[in-house]
Ligand binder design. Structure first.
Ligand code: SF4
Ligand code: SF4
Length: 297
């Protein structure tokens, strides 16, 4: 099983994996002594659904949001990227932190909703489905653990609106886990694959342009009505983006190719295979030549 995202030894995450039925003792409310302490020093990764919610809230495009409010980071070296909130200029606080609390509260990201619970998604090498378990984050500054309110993680997730958030980001989480657990045998994704992943996951407005472009229509046989529905609905388009990436990155075809394009693609694959076979044969011949030369010395 792949390792959880969070490195236990150096982090405030307690090293015990918890089930949804586990009860935590926690409450956060205005007036608590540590109010806003957690938002003053942030390290918040965003899911594609977080981006969609916040850029809609701010009334800007996903491209503008990415540029002004986020910084990218790599999950592994030379691998696909994630994004994090960019803190205030020259500081560590969240740009949405206000004295009265979070300025985008009803659209706050997944990580803010979960705190002080950490979601640990894992996946077995031979399975596509991910399995969730949880851990508790205990930081000295957070007094919420001292409040006497017991709640199961399942109820806490409901209270924080996380069922919808997790469901709509599940496709992305599965792609990340699959890429991580495929390991070096599959190789590093090409620059083009990484760019496609970034655009389709985080820059939904550019992905919309990409899907409506002629080159996409030439390659994929997407019924007009389905395309129009996708163009009008960001959430549906995001779920389509995950399908598209499964096809492009892992060859799991669920979007039909145009017959002509499919033919062209097949011809290209066959040509590539032929070139590879020729190269391998050449290499073998050179190796056996040098072996027989050695025999005459
Ligand atoms: S988005 Fe809101 S809850 Fe999250 S860190 Fe920023 S201010 Fe705090
Ligand atoms: S109780 Fe914890 S989560 Fe709530 S404001 Fe204080 S530090 Fe933040």
């Amino acid at each position: 099983m792949s390792q959880p995202d969070i490195p236990f030894p150096q982090s405030p995450v307690l090293p015990t994996m918890l089930a949804e039925t586990h009860e935590i003792e926690f409450s956060c409310h205005k007036g608590i002594g540590c109010w806003n302490a957690c938002c003053s020093n942030i390290d918040i990764s965003l899911t594609p659904y977080d981006v969609l919610r916040i850029k809609t809230r701010l009334g800007i495009s996903s491209t503008e949001f990415l540029k002004d409010y986020t910084v990218p980071y790599e999950f592994d070296k030379d691998s696909i990227a994630g994004i994090k909130f960019r803190p205030v200029e020259g500081g560590t606080a969240c740009r949405f932190m206000k004295p009265e609390g979070c300025d985008i509260y009803s659209d706050r990201p997944t990580a803010c909703r979960y705190y002080p619970v950490a979601l640990l998604s894992m996946r077995k090498q031979d399975e596509y489905v991910d399995r969730d378990s949880y851990a508790l984050v205990k930081e000295d500054h957070c007094k919420g653990h001292e409040v006497n309110r017991r709640i199961t993680i399942a109820d806490y997730r409901k209270e924080q609106g996380l069922e919808q958030y997790d469901e709509l980001a599940r496709g992305w989480r599965q792609l990340v886990l699959k890429k991580k657990s495929s390991g070096p045998t599959i190789g590093k994704p090409s620059l083009r694959s990484r760019q496609l992943f970034f655009m389709a996951c985080y820059d939904i407005d550019r992905f919309r342009e990409f899907v409506s472009a002629e080159s996409f229509t030439k390659l994929f046989d997407l019924p007009q009505a389905e395309k129009e529905a996708l163009m009008a609905d960001d959430v549906a388009l995001l779920q389509f983006a995950f399908r598209f990436l499964r096809q492009v990155l892992f060859g799991e075809e669920s979007i039909a190719l145009n017959a002509e394009a499919a033919q062209e693609r097949l011809a290209k694959v066959q040509e590539k295979r032929l070139v590879e076979e020729r190269e391998a044969a050449k290499k073998r011949a050179l190796e056996s030549e040098s072996e027989s030369d050695e025999g005459f010395d």
